[in-house]
Design a protein around this ligand. Sequence first.
Ligand code: ATP
Ligand code: MG
Length: 420
Amino acid sequence: MSTFKAPKGTYDLLPPDSATYLAVREAIAAPLRNSGYGYVETPGFENVELFARGVGESTDIVNKEMYSFTTRGGDQLALRPEGTASVLRAALEANLHKAGNLPVKLWYSGSYYRYERPQKGRYRHFSQVGAEAIGAEDPALDAELIILADQAYRSLGLSQFRILLNSLGDKECRPVYRAALQDFLRGLDLDEDTRRRIDINPLRVLDDKRDDVQKQLVGAPLLRDYLCDACKAYHEQVRELLTAAGVVYEDDPKLVRGLDYYTRTTFEFVHDGLGSQSAVGGGGRYDGLSEMIGGPALPSVGWALGVDRTVLALQAEGVALDLPAATSVFAVPLGEEARRVLFAKVTEVRKAGVAADFSYGGKGLKAAMKAANRSGARFAIVAGERDLAEGVVQLKDMESGEQEAVAVDEIVAVLQGKLG
Ligand code: ATP
Ligand code: MG
């Protein structure tokens, strides 16, 4: 063991578990790829100001959780704590919104960094797959994204998750509600930090996880009673489209989420097997974000799903993914001549698209067959001097244990045939 360990709040993805992570990323991305979303990749860090404005100065993410630093050249940067601000920045910078094809639909996958108190399901480095649909106001787009996330989770075999849905109103009705909520909150017994939050971002107080706060919030005014007609109609359409698609959701009038830029539709995916870190993903509409970061008005909607917590959700439900075997064929050479011949065959088999591995390090038959077993390969090809003298290799079916001699020249075709 080296003297170094992974930094606090982080962990390494190692085989065989890492295969599950890859499969989860792939399963979340597949419905997006299938629905007109193009892949976008942005840097792991950005100008700190992008997040300050885009995520919000009053959020925990910006105030407490961001890894910000000054470069040797004097630039103020931050490791990305989330994806939306960066993706929108990239789309604006490349003028994707001017190409005359709105909405611009993008998906991404990557690492995010937040200086949090580490615990199960909450890390300082974590992984998300996200989607953003930029530049269109259409309830069908909000519904599409929720449907695709639902589809992704179902394709993974998850069933114990719930979709919480709310509307946060718009610049028309939210200020009226905000004032009413502030009035209510000012009458409560709250600590100084929270009182400050009442002035800056009162909706976030609803998101407070502490019991003594939640108790006092019973009877708080709810946004749904303040929604303007346009927001009400919009939200009703989202709900109808989800219902028509067979997606089950719960109305949660207190759902606000941690970021400042959400408007109208807001939603969260929670998993009941995860304890206190129950949110596996979330998102919503952010019609004001583009203008907040200096762009034109571009109503947009998106979500991000946490890969780490999705893997925990799979464990909680006892779902084992049906992962393809990493290795289908394992070659066991006995002696120098066999090493040369089988190595060439393994290279050929690989070129034909069959996953193959080789017994390295001059192992004896017993140790090499153990390695073949451990690799999970369906077939082993074994050859010694005597086999090669006869122009054959032994093909062993690792499931049935049966073995047959196959001509060296035919082994690639035979394996391809057997493995389909
Ligand atoms: P929470 O309320 O649990 O702090 P959040 O509202 O901060 O979540 P978002 O910013 O909406 O989370 O991120 C979307 C998803 O990313 C979350 O639902 C979660 O699955 C995942 N996520 C967020 N922060 C972390 C973290 N520190 N460690 C692991 N996963 C995370
Ligand atoms: Mg958080």
